[in-house]
Ligand binder design. Sequence first.
Ligand code: ADP
Ligand code: MG
Length: 701
Amino acid sequence: MRPFVLDPLFASLSSLPGIGAKTGELYARLLGRESLEECRIIDLLFHVPSGLIDRSKQPGIALAPQGAIVTVTARVDRHQPPPRGNRSIPYRIFLHDDTGELALVYFRSHGDWLLKTLPIDETVMVSGKVDWFNGRASMVHPDHIARISEGETLPLIEPVYGLTAGLSPKVLRKTIEAAVARVPDLPEWQDPPLVRQQGFAPATEAFRQIHDPRDAHDVDPQAPARRRLAYDEFLAGQLSLALVRARLRKTPGTPVSPTGELSSGVIDTLPFSLTGSQEDAIADILSDMASQDRMLRLLQGDVGSGKTVVALLTMLAAIESGGQAVLMAPTEILARQHFATIGQMAKTTGVSVEILTGRTKGREREDILERIASGEAKIIIGTHALFQDTVNYNNLLLAVVDEQHRFGVHQRLRLTAKGISPHMLVMTATPIPRTLVLAAFGDMDVSKLTEKPAGRKPIQTVIMPAERVGEIIERLRSAVAEGRKIYWICPLVEESEETPLMSVEERHAILAQTFGDQAAVVHGRMSGPEKDAIMMAFKSGETRLLVATTVIEVGVDVPDATIMVIEHAERFGLAQLHQLRGRVGRGSEASSCILLYKGNLSENAQSRLKIMRDTEDGFLIAEEDLRLRGEGELLGTRQSGTPGFAIASLEAHGDLLEIARKDAHYLLERDPELTSPRGEAIRTLLYLFRRDEAIRFLHAG
Ligand code: ADP
Ligand code: MG
């Protein structure tokens, strides 16, 4: 049970003033949740400021620099409403101080409200951005107004938060203030000597400080309050991983003794021979599974390195040993794709391959569940639906989790919580730096696929300015005439975005002028079946040019697609570019990748694109990515933190991770059931960061 002290933080976000159905939707979007019901107050507290606005500059009107945010104390002289019926002319209000005159400018505003807020002869403080034009100063829609006579003041330092379209900074700040007020007195779960050594404030205080920055240092990731909560988060993560591992060790696995009758048949029919590292990985896995101890192994392999066939051969080993195997993919598209390729590869074996996803409904679903329970279904491929409570396995010996770039132990936890203890193989598209492996997976055994399958041609990569797009379309026209297939990727455009980015729809409309029905578009807002149909048409060759957002990023396999155009390549992170580019170069034909950029590139952006041009080595790219991002550049529209973490970032707080790992081990060694006073407080910590699933293992024995 969650400790009562956390109740105020886990209250629904809707219990804060001013959050209704409509704003609720905005908050859900902001916090990356499906609906308002899923948003808790704690989620908003984890939405930390990305910077601050300093309104403390009060130079006087005449000395306010162009474009600067200033605060002015001035007297209201007169109102100048727009002529009746002409709403396109703004409402102006003139103020003066000792140094000069300032016009406040309001578009489409109510005069009544303005007269009340800014009465003539009143002295007010206004804050906002100053614009100079023809020697006159103006301020369009000031951010704050305070009336001196009423004793009002305005915040001189203000945190800035990541926003979503439709949510104003003012409203968000107010809500966060209300959320901060709900933070209870939290117990201290950290070791006192460490608290002293690191200069950590108490957690309660840390939440307050993070949301009430006083200067630029306070919004830096290295600010003491942030480090405190980052450490808390790392420790919670390391503890839950350690608890899961301890539990895994306690429940013995079933040794798998493969006969080779199924897998050898598949190997014989493969149109290629396995690479050395594929063979090594399979040997590692089989030897792990042959033992009583449950396997917990990570298979890292760059895009296109051939993880799927490794997964299939190990699943067949489990089946030869009389069991079942599941393969879980992060998305529906990927699950369907695995189902198609694996079904094809396993055909000659006669092993039944099934698919179970959130979209499997009704009669079909019941039938599959029955076959899973009876053991008739051998290989079951799907999404997290595979691990729902209604699914009962007959004899699950192996679970393969294809994580791609999403990390998390949740699915694994859920499986273990169901009381089944299959061997576990987690596959990720490498390369993940070691620190990230540690943070996301803890100490796992690792196999790496380091070789590219034989026969792969290098991908020729070029960098071009978007202005030359006409030329590129011409080239693509002849490529399509030769029967080639092309991906054209555009970044996701958020509604709040002000920069002129090309969206998939716009780009598709332009390309359709040249390619007609041969150009198709796919994006995240489409329904699952719609997306599938479009992918199938591209795969079959009915369409030749696929305009897409990064929804196609993960895993989609169309081996005869040979050209990849990435628009606004400067907006993508290196890892993502690498992942995208890996969609081509999968067949025997030579492939190419065109990185289009717009505008003047920063030096950092130039270096990134050059690395892409110069190498295909995923490990090198990952290292460079970490190095360049270390310089603090924000990639894409989102602040790219460490996946799976709300506050902690490996880049900024990497030093704390190692401490947390040791701390977790030390703690569990002395207090494995978390019953000491610190242990009790640690439980609260685990709930706070939603790592509480691990707590169940304590009593479960
Ligand atoms: P990923 O590791 O990205 O999941 P896949 O398993 O999808 O890679 O493999 C990519 C492609 O490479 C597939 O078309 C697969 O059939 C092929 N492939 C896998 N192993 C080899 C190999 N040893 N030699 C040649 N082609 C291979
Ligand atoms: Mg794959």
